[in-house]
Design a protein. Structure first.
Length: 252
């Protein structure tokens, strides 16, 4: 991580480390699943620019995005001028959806690491949106995106966010002052002002109906906890609707 921040100063952190900065560091919840690699997103204009950027790094596996740095795996995800319809293909048959990366780059927060090293990562709203997109793109291949998404939605009303939740009278009155509604609603409310209408429409579709049910089902948790998870997703969706001037799903 030291290496990535110093070599790619304008990059930002993704993956489980970014999740845990928010979930554990800010919201004071338990850390999520562990990982042995670090993911950084880097903005590039062309594939050639990305090749120049990683020149000299030792590649791992066949994706074209994984590198060995001091026996540690560093994943570098390019975005900006290399995607088509939001999709990059670093190697033939290897694809990744980078929709929302540009907006995430525009809405980052800084976390202090050791030795005055500062790492940049998406703010909570941007990270939640990226997780929604990741789940949508990989829904048939992994459950980890759903688990991460639920943790991030819990973070919206926990720890350092708790006071701002209780101070939001407008949203509190709308959702019966339930924190598990207020936090996700407030995040959802920010989505339409940040993202293009087509991206907003996609995100809203993922957190509705059968798709939302599939997210909850993939969590593989007890039925009583499933209801809370569903409540958080519905609140996030209702926040989007509210910002768009539509009726909201939640009732008192």
């Amino acid at each position: 991580m030291d290496f990535a921040v110093r070599r790619f100063p304008d990059s930002f952190l993704l993956g489980s480390y970014a999740r845990d900065f928010h979930v554990h560091g800010v919201a004071d919840l338990q850390r999520g699943r562990g990982t042995l690699d670090a993911d950084f997103a880097v903005e590039v204009a062309t594939e050639h620019n990305f090749a120049e950027l990683v020149e000299g790094l030792k590649p791992m596996r066949g994706t074209g995005l994984c590198f060995n740095v001091d026996d540690f795996q560093l994943d570098l995800i390019p975005f900006g001028g290399v995607e088509s319809g939001g999709i990059i293909e670093p190697q033939e048959g290897v694809t990744l959806d980078v929709t929302g990366m540009k907006e995430a780059h525009e809405h980052t927060v800084l976390f202090d690491l050791r030795d005055k090293l500062v790492v940049r990562c998406p703010d909570l709203t941007a990270l939640i949106v990226l997780k929604v997109i990741a789940w949508d793109y990989r829904r048939n291949h992994t459950t980890k995106d759903a688990v991460d998404l639920d943790l991030l939605l819990q973070a919206t009303y926990s720890g350092d966010h708790e006071e701002e939740v209780w101070n939001d009278k407008e949203v509190g009155d709308l959702v019966d002052w339930l924190p598990e509604r207020i936090g996700p609603f407030r995040v959802g409310r920010c989505v339409p002002e940040r993202y293009s209408p087509d991206v907003v429409s996609r995100i809203r579709g993922v957190v509705d109906g059968d798709s939302a049910d599939a997210i909850v089902a993939s969590l593989q948790i007890q039925p009583d906890l499933e209801e809370f998870a569903s409540e958080r997703i519905r609140a996030f969706a209702s926040g989007i609707d509210y910002a768009l001037g539509r009726p909201i799903l939640l009732t008192n």
